[in-house]
Write a protein of this length. Structure first.
Length: 378
């Protein structure tokens, strides 16, 4: 049951990009949020976002923000490779956390962050926003309640146009750290592993291809592979983020099938039910492009702006997190342990593809860059 006397919340938002703005606007409307502070390195962006979320304090230094006595919780929404220091700073202060995925971009840093979170005992959750969409909640419930019997096979197929890939590769000095599985495939992976949380993965076998993005930016086009679980059940996953720019899905088109001993469940999340065709350029997605004039609406993971507000899963995810803090409500947010597991599995996909052979699970930081033999599975 919720608490009768909700706690007041002083919120620090570290990173004023798209997600920081989205979550900040939701927080600004929440009745228990008394204080909002923003840390953003770019002065123009800090001014713009600070005004939109009615921030009480704006700075370029996240440490200065975390030191404010009003702050009781923090959202870490910086670029992926900049998560570690803000997380550790918030953990040191004992703040509750909502962290954009992943915890870190490398397993060593992710292990370090997870240990710090566990040692401190802070309530830290990670932004796997798809968990807040009704279709995945319904699927989760059917699997959880045994409607399908014992799940034996899951398949997922994700298609994305290459705008997201090109944007990610442009923002890194090391293309080897960027892959479709680590950046985007992790969303489908989390949904599937969430539904199969009682099963332990023991082996992965994967392959990748780079014929389109390789010549453009030394990138990977697509990865496909199979996870084998301890009980013999299988998960086959494939993702391509190298589709042409004119592919109508602004971001994510996903199909999932779940087969059990007593039933089957199929989920069409390709967003082909609402199609926009226009003579004007499209503004949908993370990296809009003027060449795109047709869109499957609803494929932008955070949701959609309608009547001046964000509508959809990221709004609900943020509101539920704030309710979790204020009233002690249980929520379906991914835990830090789950987030580290998802990073480990996506890295294992890439490792198996690079080694061109099966890899035992789990892998650890010392395995991540392996070119030869691996230690035995733990």
């Amino acid at each position: 049951m919720p608490k009768k006397n909700p706690k007041r919340i002083g919120l620090a938002i570290i990173g004023g990009g798209r997600v920081g703005l989205f979550r900040g606007e939701v927080a600004a409307r929440h009745p228990q949020v008394d204080f909002i502070g923003l840390a953003e390195l770019k002065a123009d962006r800090a001014k713009e976002v600070g005004a939109k979320i009615r921030a009480d304090f704006v700075t370029s230094d996240f440490r200065e923000l975390l030191a404010r006595p009003e702050v009781t919780a923090a959202i870490v929404s910086t670029d992926e490779h900049l998560h570690v220091d803000p997380i550790l700073g918030a953990v040191e202060r004992g703040l509750s956390l909502l962290i954009e995925k992943p915890l870190a971009t490398g397993l060593a840093d992710s292990e370090r962050v997870l240990k710090a979170i566990q040692k401190s005992g802070v309530d830290a959750v990670v932004g796997y926003t798809q968990r807040f969409r009704r279709r995945w909640l319904v699927a989760k419930e059917k699997v959880r309640s045994g409607q399908l019997g014992d799940v034996t096979l899951v398949t997922s197929r994700a298609f994305m146009n290459r705008l997201v890939a090109l944007d990610n590769y442009r923002r890194t000095d090391d293309p080897s750290q960027i892959s479709p599985m680590v950046i985007s495939g992790t969303h489908a992976l989390d949904i599937v592993m969430w539904m199969m949380e009682a099963k332990r993965p023991v082996e992965i076998y994967a392959r990748s291809v780079d014929k389109a993005l390789g010549p453009l930016c030394k990138g990977i086009d697509a990865t496909a592979g199979v996870i084998t679980f301890e009980d013999g059940s299988l998960y086959h996953a494939s993702i391509s983020w190298a589709l042409p720019i004119v592919w109508p899905g602004a971001v994510y088109s996903l199909e999932v099938g779940v087969v059990g001993t007593e039933g089957v469940l199929t989920i069409d999340d390709t967003h082909r039910d609402i199609v926009l065709a226009t003579s004007k350029s499209s503004g949908e997605g993370y990296a809009p492009d003027s060449a795109r004039r047709v869109d499957f609406l609803g494929s932008y993971p955070p949701g959609d702006i309608a009547l001046g507000e964000l509508r959809g899963p990221m709004r609900e995810e943020t509101e539920q997190w704030l309710n979790r803090l204020a009233m002690g409500l249980a929520t379906q947010h991914a835990t830090a342990v789950e987030a580290h597991n998802r990073l480990m599995l996506t890295k294992a996909f890439d490792l198996s593809a690079r080694l061109r052979r099966a890899v035992p699970l789990p892998i650890a930081a010392e395995d991540e860059k392996a070119r030869g033999g691996l230690r035995a599975a733990g």
